[in-house]
Write a protein of this length. Structure first.
Lengths: 290, 365
């Protein structure tokens, strides 16, 4: 029996001939892609940072640590965290149902999943606000239970969760579809209960996707504006979100301050996505070898 | 443990995958389920394991009815074609999985589990890989780990679904011998599915040949090869040369070809099946037979020289194949395109209205 030790493999050597690409059009397609990315992404982002940098460090710090703005960071971050955690659970459940079971209306449900993306966020916001208002369809029953949703931070969570749930569903769904049924069967033939199979076999395979979906959902929620402002109530220090603060500064024609706050949000989102990518890369490498 | 299978019928929607399967798999033997793809062999194996439920019929383990027992309670070891190792666990964690998920009361202590895992990895000769992840192993190593994992629960029945199907030829041969030795040592009841006739004949004590959801024949490898019951088994197991013709006055004819039959049916269409080793090559026809050929191809690789023959003046669906020794080949030096004659020594005659063959022998003159 030949047992190949990985460390014994000769190091890969790439000669110039081996690196020559077979597929044509690399230069052109990469060039066009980079050009458009620069045009629609990198340029505006650098504009933002340049604008913010124009105001001097002390003033920048003053603007972004304004108590009202700091309160809005907290509200936004906590609400986004709550919304994305909810979405991790609910999104996983939705993806599970859509992949694992056959039922009438499955295709329709699958299509409806994308609705939060397709719907103008303002429409979503108004709808949610109406539903959860004290005399709305849901609001009146929740009011009986003493729960206020509309015009409170809880409303922000609802709006954020609604607009970002597809992120989790759509990242988990393909991973779930790819899972080999043999893994579960193998675990069951070894005596594992359904719960053990989920905890020890399915979840470890799914959770990178759940975390990625959750992070996307979180990043999206940080910047959500349209859906949130209609239901948030927007009272200073209680239910104001960052995107609203940016808007307020813009209305005051204080462009540098708006850019400064925007730069903070931007940096946080970017760092978060980067961290998730690095972490996930490591985890997947272990799974697939490399 | 023996396995009793009674009256199993299995449907997938409107397709009937298994038709009334009755079979007993004796204790302590290695049994092969052999058949082409779509013959229902994997479905039968999965029903034995409890991974599929039959619409009708009954499965018993040593007389105990397990038909309605869940797979996790049947205590069988199951090995999958594509290994189904848990990718996020190390090799040792994979092997320990079955022990780790036992209810607390039955679960052995950590040191005991560690000891058993080490023992199992030693058994599959992969102790040095305990802390690797499956992605870092070769196919043959993965399959041995999968086997160790299935053996961890000390099952009395081991089921293997095309265990060597995804491996290359050399590794497959090694692993086959190794499984045979392991089985001889431990004496569990094993059933494995394969579409490779060579594998089935080499490895097993008993072969179950299946086609279209039915059992064609159950026999030892020797009996199966020497005395197939049906045309299907004949054609599926090894190379076979066929002459179709009409019998009149004890002579079977087709075109220029004819054979005098020692016995047989009269005035009937028939097929004569001959294994490559049951035919001799000669430069001239005998008084018993006249089967002219042209040599189409010569294959020198292997213990024998295999010669493919194209009928000359008559027809057959597939080319005939005859094996001659290298010595004979070197002495005679046949060339492509040469004319020669096949002289039958033993043959199996299927008359049109019979399903079972008659075995015929011609005396050498």
């Amino acid at each position: 029996m030949a047992t190949t030790d990985l460390s014994e493999r000769p190091a890969k050597k790439l000669s110039a001939a081996a690196t020559k690409r077979v597929l044509p059009g690399f230069g052109l397609s990469l060039g066009i892609s980079l050009f458009f990315i620069s045009l629609v992404l990198l340029l505006p982002i650098s504009g933002l940072f340049i604008r913010a940098a124009g105001m001097g460090w002390e003033q920048f710090w003053f603007v972004i640590t304004d108590p009202r703005v700091v309160a809005s960071y907290k509200v936004t971050a906590l609400a986004a965290l709550a919304a994305s955690l909810f979405n991790c659970v609910f999104g996983l459940l939705m993806a599970w149902v859509l992949v694992r079971y056959e039922f009438p209306g499955k295709r329709l449900l699958d299509a409806i999943m994308d609705l939060p993306f397709a719907l103008p966020t303002a429409v979503a916001g108004i709808t949610l606000a109406t539903l959860f208002a004290e005399n709305g369809w849901y609001g009146q029953y929740l009011a009986d239970l003493g729960i206020e949703v509309a015009f409170t931070p809880l409303g922000i969570v609802v709006a954020m969760a609604f607009t970002s749930v597809p992120f989790v569903v759509r990242t988990v769904q393909p991973v779930l579809e790819e899972l080999a049924p043999e893994d579960e069967e193998a675990a069951m033939s070894l005596g594992a209960s359904d719960m053990t199979v989920f905890r020890k076999i399915l979840f470890p395979a799914l959770w990178p996707a759940v975390v990625t979906g959750g992070a996307l959902s979180f990043a999206r929620s940080l910047g959500e504006y349209g859906a949130v402002i209609f239901i948030a109530g927007n009272s200073p220090y209680i239910s104001e979100v960052i995107s609203l603060m940016i808007f307020v500064r813009l209305e005051e024609y204080d462009f540098p301050a708006a850019s400064a706050i925007a730069a903070v949000v931007m940096t946080v989102s970017l760092l978060l996505l980067l961290a998730i990518n690095v972490w996930q890369g490591r985890y997947l490498k272990r799974l697939h070898g490399g | 443990m023996s396995i009793e299978i009674q009256g199993i019928n299995k449907f997938f929607d409107n397709f009937q995958a298994l038709h009334d399967i009755n079979l007993t798999i004796p204790e302590g033997q290695l049994t092969a389920l052999l058949g082409p793809s779509g013959s229902g062999k994997t479905t039968l194996l999965r029903i034995i394991a409890g991974l599929e439920t039959p619409e009708q019929g009954r499965i018993g383990f040593s007389g105990k009815d397990v038909t309605n027992l869940h797979v996790r309670d049947r205590r069988v070891g199951f090995v999958f074609q594509h290994y189904a190792l848990f990718r996020h666990m190390t090799v040792a964690e994979n092997v320990a999985f079955g022990l780790n998920v036992l209810p607390r009361k039955e679960r052995p202590g950590k040191p005991e589990i560690r000891k058993r895992v080490d023992g199992l990895l030693e058994m599959v000769q992969l102790g040095h890989l305990a802390d690797r992840y499956p992605a870092q192993l070769s196919g043959g190593q993965k399959q041995r780990i999968a086997l160790a994992r299935a053996m961890a629960m000390r099952p009395e029945i081991l089921l293997l679904d095309e265990p060597f199907g995804a491996l290359d030829a050399k590794v497959r041969k090694d692993l086959r011998r190794w499984l045979r030795n392991l089985h001889d040592e431990l004496h569990f009841t094993s059933v494995f599915v394969t579409h490779d006739q060579e594998e089935a004949l080499e490895l097993s004590d008993q072969v179950v040949v299946m086609s279209n959801g039915r059992i064609e024949q159950v026999d030892s490898p020797l009996e199966l090869y020497g005395r197939p019951d049906s045309r299907f088994v004949f054609e599926f197991l090894g190379q076979v040369n066929v002459l179709s013709g009409r019998i009149r006055d004890g002579v079977m004819r087709q075109g220029d070809a004819w054979i005098r039959l020692p016995e047989g049916c009269e005035n009937d269409d028939a097929q004569l099946y001959l294994r490559p080793h049951e035919v001799r090559l000669a430069q001239a026809a005998s008084d018993q037979s006249h089967l002219p050929f042209r040599i189409e191809a010569i294959n020198l690789i292997g213990a024998e020289v295999r010669i493919e023959l194209k009928p000359d003046g008559w027809d057959c669906e597939e080319l005939w194949e005859v094996g001659i020794s290298h010595t004979e080949f070197n002495a005679r030096q046949p060339q492509r395109g040469d004319r020669c004659f096949a002289i039958p020594e033993v043959g199996h005659l299927f008359c049109e209205h019979d399903t079972e063959p008659k075995t015929l022998e011609w005396k050498r003159r």
